[in-house]
Every structure is written in structure tokens, then in C-alpha cells.
Design a protein around this ligand. Sequence first.
Ligand SMILES: NC(=O)C1=CN([C@@H]2O[C@H](COP(=O)(O)OP(=O)(O)OC[C@H]3O[C@@H](n4cnc5c(N)ncnc54)[C@H](OP(=O)(O)O)[C@@H]3O)[C@@H](O)[C@H]2O)C=CC1
Length: 602
Amino acid sequence: MMDGVGRENVSYDPVALRKKYLEERDKRLKKEKDGQYIEAAGDYEDFVADPYVEPGFTREPIIEDVDLLIVGGGLGGLQTAAEAVKRGVTSFKIVEQAGDFGGTWYWNRYPGVRCDIEAYIYMPLIEEVGTVPTERYAVGSEIFEHAKAIGRHFGLYEHALFQTKIETMAWDEDAARWIVSTDRGDTIRARFVSISQGPLAKVKLPGIPGIRAFKGKMFHSARWDYGYTGGDAQGGLTKLTGKKVGVLGTGATAVQIVPKVSEYAGELYVFQRTPSAIDIRNNSKTDVAWLKSQPSGWQRKRMENFLSIVTGVPVSENLVNDHWGDLWLRFGELMHAHFKPGGDVSPETLMQQADFEKMEQMRARVASEIRNPELAEKLKPWYNFLCKRPLYSDEFLPVFNRDNVILVDTDGRGVERITEKGIIANGREYELDLIVLATGFDVGAPPHKVGEYEVLGRNGLTMEQKWSNDLRTVHGTQLNGFPNFHIVGGTAQGTTAFNFTHTLQMQAEHAIAIINYCLDRGIKTMEVTPEAEERWHGIIEAKHVDHQKFYEECTPGFLNNEGNFKEKPTYIGGTYGGGPLEYEQLIARWRDEDMMRDTIIT
Ligand SMILES: NC(=O)C1=CN([C@@H]2O[C@H](COP(=O)(O)OP(=O)(O)OC[C@H]3O[C@@H](n4cnc5c(N)ncnc54)[C@H](OP(=O)(O)O)[C@@H]3O)[C@@H](O)[C@H]2O)C=CC1
């Protein structure tokens, strides 16, 4: 079937393409690697101040013993708390630094914010809560509202401590509890802790000279200032009329911001270092009758079907049927047609073929959307599809046909400097009123780098010390030396997926099943043994999928630590190689069969 962007009859020269990809990568490799970014902390903390709460919030400190402390009120924390409630755990607190639940959907309120994953599988617990997403790909505010609805439905607000940051968390051997203090003067003594701090919690700023020099308005996309721009995420940015706006970045965030801002700004400058591959969104209104007629358990089934497709697990039907699955479905077709065990065509060759085809389609889409052929060339992406997180938009590319939108392509170099008046790129100064830093997050920073507090396990052991030689965990969620401690959202030696809430759900259920097991039986402490960590390490090694060559050849980005894949394991590189669905079965089996062998219980 043709879909208007030349998805059939794709022809290309694989040798020339590979050469071009490597040349484009080389333009972008920076000696600073991931050190090119500045963390929005310390001297840069003002970039992450919460613009959505009234200043001056105070409350009385609490001193409380609880069975469970959940760190983080984003979707992972909510899924953990909902699971706790379902299992009858009633004594718990949720500590969240924001002013409400929602996590990434609380912070990211920029114009055009929308989830790229279908709402029916992304928005957790919609069957239980009764939320009906209005569109197939929901806007951010709707997901934020759903997060709050989860909070109301499961009675989580009475357990929440908002606008509260953890300052210390230490295991007390005698009390067999985690003693946690906060910046609001609280002391919480928790039998169990589950942390869920999110992969997008740490804002990244570009470490370019002059970032403090700019005299106009500047903010990161995750702290949008509607007081300055007017309007809301849906539009109405009328205060930008006549203004010169610069958006720095062309990732998943920028492609959503740019079309909205282009409707209002006098001039919009989009500073591009690497053009992104932008696939078809094809959004639609929810067929409410269809949604309401689904049998119980439909959401889980749909989630599993999607996850199977995007991890190459064969399925007999394609329930979601959007463009996320294209690459794997095509790979499956090629394997079926050309792969024979012992034959001379390898799965890698066929995957590369599927990838070249996919990216040719992406480039053909650019050519068909952009009227000016020279401009179209600048917007074409030259890397393997999975080198960057895939993007979906039907609005971004056509925006460059507008007169008030100017692409500043830096041909891989990035912008050079920020000045009092604006941005210098390609040796020219662009004067601006507003600079939006759509420069992303420290995706997948290890847990001890996300929260700005130290977790002190047995005998004051820190995670940094524990992992100083090599990473050791059981399932990426439990650690020897850290009893009664769980990580939800653990990717290193754990798992992840494009539909991140799906893997959060797996780990939330796992953590609460274990915690509930202990609470039911009066078990004071449960700690995974060093032998269990070695066993899991062995499984991780045995299942290891060697991504090294692939990511080394990739254009830099957060998936390969900005071209530093060899020296530093990444978010993706260290996950369980059998894939998330196998991981889910394996952790369930572990609870039933091996938990007693692998833990010390008191
Ligand atoms: N579910 C959803 O719909 C959404 C999800 N997200 C999530 O957030 C993640 C992060 O996305 P995003 O916020 O876009 O961040 P990204 O890290 O994907 O993008 C950052 C952008 O900033 C650019 N950049 C950085 N430094 C410079 C510089 N000095 N000069 C010019 N450009 C520069 C990068 O260029 P270069 O490419 O060259 O590095 C890149 O285009 C996504 O991968 C996704 O997981 C975000 C938005 C929507």
C-alpha cells in the first residue's frame, strides 16, 4: 500500500549511504562528548525552578513511621502507589518535588506537548480509572489530568508530600528502616523504599559560552513561561506577536514546539545541529464507542501486542498499527523472505536493509513536504533510524515553508555562542527576544545521579561506591547492601521500552509483590545476596546483545552517550538483552521460584 511518502519502490546505494552516515557522524563527534552539556543544578538551578506553583508554600513538618516510602509522583510513582493500594498496603507516603502528580507531564507544558505513543497503551490504568483519552495521541495536559485522576481514584493525595525534596536517606540497621529527611523538616521512617525518579527528570543545558550573557528571555522547554509568551500548550501565544524567537534543538520536544510558536512569533529561528527523522503521526479522535466496548483486560493486551512488535516478537495481529512498528515489521518480512540458518544473508544485513529503506522514506517525506529543494536537503536526516529516538509529527516539516520560520542549519557544528543580544551560529549573530532551550534531559542517569541526595545503604555504603568497579543489581531493581529498597524504572541491568509506562508497570508490580509478601509475613528485611547479583550479572552477560558497533557508527545523541558508547555504558546498552516481555516473565518466575534462594530474610 502506498502512503504518500514513497514507502514502496525505495531504491538506494547502500555503500554510498553508509559512507554518508559516517561522514555526518564525524562532523558531530565532539571531544567533550556528554560533557558538552551543563547540569541545571548549582549555579544553574534557576533554570529548573518550578514556575507552576505559588511561591511561599509552607507546611508543618511530619515525623512518621510508614511501611512504604515512594520517591517520585510521576507515572512510575503513581503506578507503584496504585499497585500498593490494590494489594492492601495502606501505610505509605509519596514524596514529590513538584506541586502535583504527573512527573514529566507536570514539568513539560510547552506549546504543542503531546505523547508520541498511542494514549490507549501509554496512559497507565485507564481501564481502572475510567479515563477516555480524547485523541489517539494525547496532549500533555490530558496526560497530566489523567495522572491527577489516578491520584484521586486510588486515594493517593492523602499520602502525598508535594514540593518536598529528599535530603538524606539512610538505612538504620537497628530499626530495620530507612530514615529519610526532607527539605521541609520531615523525618519519615520507612520499612520499604521504592524510588521512581524518571528518565527525564534532569534537565540538560547546552554548555556553550555566554549562556548567562543573554539579556532577553531564556528558558528550558521543561519550564515554559506562559507569563512571557501568553497562551497555553494549545496555543494563544499572543505575547510573541512581533517577537524574534530562537528554538535551540530539533529533537522530540522542539518538533512539537516549533509549529505552535510559528503561528505567533514575528520571526522564528530554528537552530539545527542534526536534522531529525520525522515520521507520520496520523492522529485521530478516539472512537469512544469502540473504546467503551473493549473487553476487560484490553489495555494490557494492546500494550503487549505493541511491545511485541517493536521488539521483534512475532505476533498474529497488529492492534496499534502505527508507524512505530514499521522497521521491525519490515525486518520480519525480509527475514521471512531471505534468511536461512547457515545461509549467507545475516539478520544484521537484513536489519540494515530495513533501516536504509526506512530512512529513505524519511528523507523522501522531507522532499515531499518542503517546497524549496535546497532547504529540504538541509532537513534530511543521515543516520540509522534507531540512532535517535524516533519522532512523529505532521506539522513540523511544513512549517519551514512559512516566511517567518528560518532554519539556521549549523551543519553538525551546533551554535557557537550566546551573546547579550542572541545566538551566534555559522559566524553570524541572530538577535532574539526569546531563546527556548529544547536541549533535552540527562536520559537514563543512574538513580544516584537523579535525586540530589545520597542513598546510604548498610554501613553507609553509597551506590556510587557499590558500583565503582562494575554494575551489580538483581533485575536492575534491587541491590545487595540496600535492603528493602526497590527501583522502579531501573534500566541498567533492568529493562525499558519505547512505551516506557509499560516497563514501569512491570517493575511497579514486581516491587509491590515483594514488599507485600514481606509485609504479609512480618518479614523485617529482605536483601538480595551478592551471589544473586553475580547470577543476574551472568544472565545479563549471556543475553548481552552487542550494540557497540551499531552505536559507535551512530550520530551522537543520548542513546550513545554523545558518541561515547565504548567508554560508558548507556541507557539502552545495559538492559536485559532478552527484551522486556521476556524480562517480565523472568521476574515473575523469580518471585515464585528463586526469591528465597536469592535473598537474606530477617
Ligand atoms: N513522548 C513524547 O512525545 C515526547 C518524549 N520526549 C522524550 O524526551 C526525550 C528528549 O527529547 P528532547 O527534549 O527533544 O531532547 P533531545 O536530547 O532529543 O534533543 C536535544 C536537541 O538539542 C540539540 N542541541 C544540543 N546542543 C546543541 C547546540 N550546542 N547547538 C545546537 N543544537 C543543540 C540536539 O542536537 P543533536 O541532535 O545534534 O544532538 C538536539 O536536537 C526524547 O527522546 C523522548 O524520550 C520529548 C518530547 C515528546
